[in-house]
Each structure stands twice: as C-alpha cells, then as structure tokens.
Write a protein that binds this ligand. Structure first.
Ligand code: ATP
Ligand code: MG
Length: 572
C-alpha cells in the first residue's frame, strides 16, 4: 500500500467505549470502524490480518481432513424448531420473518443446518467419518457487546462439524482436531492454554470438551492450572481441593446469640472462629415444567458457590437464587439461615465440608447461630456434591500440587456433542448390521475475528501493536525520509524492489516529518520497518532496518536488504 494513495488513517483519540488495549489499538491504528454496538467494518488494514488468520485456520483444517463449505448465513426457523432451540436459544438469536411470514434467523451457530446437510446426503456408516467446516459470519445479539472484535455481535467464526458411527471414531477425530488447533495457535505465535471446559448440563459424562484460551490479563475467563500436574481447566468446571483442618466438637450443639451479625465474617469475628469452621447457607430454587423446589447449599464459610456445578446436580432444572420473598415464605431469615430443623428443602453439602466436624451455622432464628453442628449427627440423609468455586492456592484433587489462576480469552472451543442433533433431527444412517442409528457428532469453533483482537492483546506496547509476523497485515513499513526529487525517485525504486521480491509493504511516501511517520509505523506495528533517510544515506549509502518488537536498529546495504529482511521475518 502506498500511503499517499492508499486507504489508511490513524486516530489520536481513543473512543470512550474502548477500555482494553486491543480495542483501543485496533481503532487507533485504523483497522476497524464501529458502525453500531458490536458491529464493525473491517477496513483494508484490519481485513488483511483477518484473512491471514483465516488462511492459517483453513490450511490446518484441510490437513486434518476437513472439507470446507459455506452455509447460508440466514437459516430457516423450521430447522431450529426440530431441536427445540428456536425457543431455547433465547435473546441472542436474531429472528425475523420474510415476506411470506416464514421464520428466519441469522446463524449464531450451525449445528442444525449442518445436520440438515448431513441427513440429505449420508445414508451409510461406510461414508463416515465425515468432517466439514466453514469460515463464515455469525450473529449473536450479545447482552453486552464490548471490547471491540473480542465480543462483537457480528463476528467471523470457523465452525467445523464431524459425524461418526462410533465413540472410538469420534475420540480419534476429536484428538486430531485438538492437534490441528494447537498447530493453528502455534503458527499464529500466541501463548495459549488448552483447558478442560464445561460441557453444559446436557453433556454426557464422558463427552470431552476443551477450550483454547489465549493468556491475557484482560481475558474474561479464569483458568485454574498447575504446570507440574499438567492440569488446566476453566474455573467453571475446575475441580480442586483445599487443605484446612476441621474443628472438633467442643460441646453439644447449642444456640449462641449473635446480635446483628449476619455475614460469615461478622459472625466468625464475633465468635472468634475461622471462617472455614462455619458453614455458608445459600438457598436456590430449581424449576422445570413439572415442579419447583428449593435447595439449601452448604459450603465452607469462606468458599464460594460455582452455580454451574449446582446446575449439574439438577439436570433439566433451571436453577436460580431464591428471592427475599421466597425466603420469607419458607420461613427463613436472611443472615441466619442454617440446615437444622428445616423442611421442604433439599440439602446439599459441598464435598469439602467434613461431615464429622463441628461447624457454626445459622439457627433459623433472628440474631441466633448454632455452634457444634456436626452434619452426620443431625442430618439423616446426606447429599454431597462438588459445588465450590476453585481458587488460587487450592490443590489438585490428589493433593499433590498447588494450583494458580490466570486469565484467558476463549479463542476456540471443541466439543463432543453425542447424538443430540442427529437424534433430534432424525438424521439416521444404517450401521454395519443394517440397523438405523443416529451418528455421533463433534463441533469445533474458532473465533477468527476475536483471535485478531486476542493477538493484539498479547502483543503490544505503549507505542502500539507488535504483530506476530504470521498475521501482520503487511510484512514491512517502508519509511522514506526524503526531500529532494532525486531521493524521492530512489525511494520509489526501493519500494518496487521490495514488492518485486514478494514482500508485503506499506510505503510511507506522505509529505510528513520523520516523527509523524515513525509514530504511525510503530502504532501499526508491522514486524519490520525499512528506513531510507536522505541525510544518512548521502553519508554512508546504507539503509536501516528497525525491528518493531525489540526496537533494534540494523544498518544494511542495498544489496543485502532483501535477504536480511527475509531472514529477520523468518526469525520473527
Ligand atoms: P463466550 O463464552 O466467549 O461467549 P461461547 O462459548 O459462547 O463464547 P462458542 O459458541 O464456543 O462461544 O463459539 C466458538 C468461538 O467463537 C468462541 O470460542 C469464540 O472464540 C468465538 N466467539 C463466540 N462469541 C463471540 C463474540 N460475541 N464475538 C467474537 N467471537 C466470538
Ligand atoms: Mg465456548
């Protein structure tokens, strides 16, 4: 791109809604324009990066034996009705009607659409496994679109879907896709982590699912990990333990007055107890079409509940916190709730609670707590489940390694779906014995546009973007600091030499000072800057290469320029 004639502009102002570095830099470096909340135009400079990401993803998918196709962005409501997701997907799905009054939506994902393609083509187990993918626009009417391309409403996703006659085959292809994902993120030059993810309430027990997380402080996801144990899991699903000493009974269970002390902290300070020697009582409501019931959750006083884990204990139910009105109706007093002498509530203890130890709990009376409550002695049928939110400092379940927490950006998600969609949509094939069966499916997403943002989040400094070479919009910023006609001509010649050697070059031939040009070049952050400075060149006849990431400057002759640039690009 020759800047005097090209289409590129940088911006000094940071838009007020841009709160993280990648969003600010993508706007300032003229990669994208916002058209409305969560909607962006990909400008030439930004779109080049997006296409490079797409190409890397495409190559790795092809290598993994996936065939590329392109599905319609608008999908008919009928397909979604077959699986019940027309209603279940909720507000994220943008629905509308055509002029014949038929339901349509803009694809937020494509399981139904691909299963429809499958059932119209594949009839026998002999044609399996089958792997298909597309790189396409998605629309999700996100509640809070933010962070630019990181969480847009319209975005580009690579979504792949695989079909299998057996679980072994699904596992095998899943592992191959996992490897393909590692290849993609390695080629992009990103620091990432593959973490065990949450399969949702619908997932089979042995259904594998992993998220690929780009490590960044601004990430919306929390990852619990231990390098020594080779363990990494999204906090949503992480299972860890703590090592705390339980308290022994000091007397029989008895009420103690705790006037005005309604929080765990206040009660434990008042009674001079460790918070983990008290139990936190939380009341939840579980509801499905048939019934509504209330649950009392008991955790160590200083633990937090992981609501997703509670949902798994009640599959098929919608689980929400009980409202103040509901608590009142149950005869419970906020701040003083406990497990003793209550009826009509399911009681679930977190596995971290020592059922033989003594705890302080609410007495279900205003300003009163109970001391020396021992679960096993009081509760007849005890139900336990892993419910606590993992946190930094916990131990792996074998108790051997301590875990830490880091933040990540989910850039990919792979998932074993089982036969939910094939069954739901009557997509059967004939198996080896000539019997009809619903094939198993896997689905595999990569957020292409989110990846560009994540790459910048991980690779920038105070002056701007520092592109990983594989996805930089161009390879080189050619900065000409020239005044005379003779040198302007030299610069034009040099630009030709650069592009004729196959390099992708942004040629800054604008009428502007060196300070202005270098600022823009740093902000854009291409891996290398090649500088022709008239004054210096007149003295030594040399050019300069600047490495954006390290700031290193290298003098180079005209003859050596191309080979040196290529050598440096390879290293980067
Ligand atoms: P999130 O938890 O971030 O909302 P998700 O789990 O809903 O994402 P998936 O359905 O797994 O997303 O979609 C596959 C990939 O698409 C994600 O891993 C992510 O990289 C990307 N993606 C999802 N939602 C968005 C969005 N609103 N903007 C940009 N990329 C997105
Ligand atoms: Mg996901």
């Amino acid at each position: 791109m020759i800047l005097s004639k090209g289409f590129w502009q940088t911006y000094k102002e940071v838009p007020t809604d841009a709160t993280i570095a990648s969003h600010q830099l993508m706007m300032r470096a003229g990669l994208i324009h916002k058209s409305a909340a969560g909607l962006y135009n990909y400008l030439p400079m930004g779109y080049r990066s997006i296409r490079k990401v797409e190409q890397i993803v495409r190559e790795e998918m092809d290598k993994a034996g996936c065939y590329e196709m392109l599905m319609s962005v608008v999908t008919p409501g009928e397909l979604w009705q077959e699986t019940g997701r027309w209603e279940k997907m909720g507000g994220e799905m943008l629905k509308f009607k055509d002029k014949a009054d038929r339901d349509l939506c803009i694809s937020p994902t494509n399981e139904e659409a691909i299963t429809d393609v499958f059932r119209k083509t594949i009839k026998s187990y002999k044609d399996l496994p089958l792997s298909l993918y597309q790189i396409n626009t998605k629309f999700r009417d996100e509640i809070r679109p933010r962070f630019g391309l990181m969480r847009g409403r319209e975005f580009i996703m690579k979504d792949a879907y695989t079909f299998h006659a057996t679980k072994e085959c699904l596992d095998e292809v899943y592992d191959r896709m996992y490897e393909a994902y590692e290849n993609v993120f390695n080629r992009l030059g990103l620091e990432f982590s593959a973490v065990v993810a949450d399969g949702g309430a619908m997932a089979d027990g042995d259904a594998k699912t992993h998220e690929f997380q780009v490590i960044a402080d601004s990430g919306e996801d929390a990852i619990i990990y231990s390098n020594e144990a080779n363990y990494a899991a999204n906090i949503e699903t992480a299972k860890t333990i703590r090592k705390v000493e339980s308290a022994a009974k000091t007397g029989s269970m008895a009420e103690v007055s705790t006037p005005g002390k309604a929080t765990i902290k206040e009660v434990c300070e008042f009674l001079k107890k460790n918070e983990f020697h008290s139990l936190k009582s939380l009341v939840y409501k579980a509801r499905n079409d048939e019934e509504e019931k209330f649950i009392l959750v008991l955790l160590l006083g200083d633990d937090e509940l992981n609501e997703l884990k509670l949902e798994k204990v009640y599959p098929g139910y919608e689980v929400t916190t009980a409202t103040d009105t509901e608590l009142k109706a149950l005869g419970l007093i906020k701040g003083f709730i406990g497990p003793v002498e209550i009826s009509n509530l399911d009681i679930v203890f977190d596995t971290q609670v020592d059922l033989n130890a003594a705890y302080v709990v609410g007495a279900n009376k205003l300003d009163m707590h109970l001391e020396n409550f021992v679960p096993k002695e009081v509760i007849k049928q005890i139900k336990t489940a892993d419910l606590r939110l993992a946190c930094s400092g916990d131990y792996t379940v074998d108790g051997k390694h301590q875990v830490e927490l880091k933040r990540g950006i989910e850039v990919g998600h792979i998932f074993q779906l089982g036969d939910k969609y094939t069954k739901g949509m009557d997509a059967t094939i004939l198996d080896q014995n000539g019997k009809a069966m619903a094939p198993l499916m896997g689905c595999y997403g990569i957020g292409v546009t989110r990846l560009v943002a994540a790459a910048i989040e991980q690779n920038h400094d105070e002056n701007g973007i520092i592109w990983p070479a594989a996805i930089a919009p161009y390879n080189v910023s050619f900065v000409a600091i020239v005044k005379s006609e003779e040198y302007k001509e030299k610069a034009n010649e040099l630009y030709k030499t650069l592009i004729n050697s196959g390099l992708e070059v942004v040629y800054d031939d604008r009428k502007a000072g060196p300070g202005f040009k270098f600022k823009d070049a740093d902000l854009l952050g291409l891996p290398l800057q090649v500088v022709l400075g008239e004054r210096d060149h007149k003295e030594d006849g040399m050019l300069e290469i600047r490495i954006r990431r390290s700031g290193e400057k290298i003098k180079v002759s005209h003859e050596d320029l191309i080979s040196k640039v290529n050598e440096l690009l390879k290293e980067l």
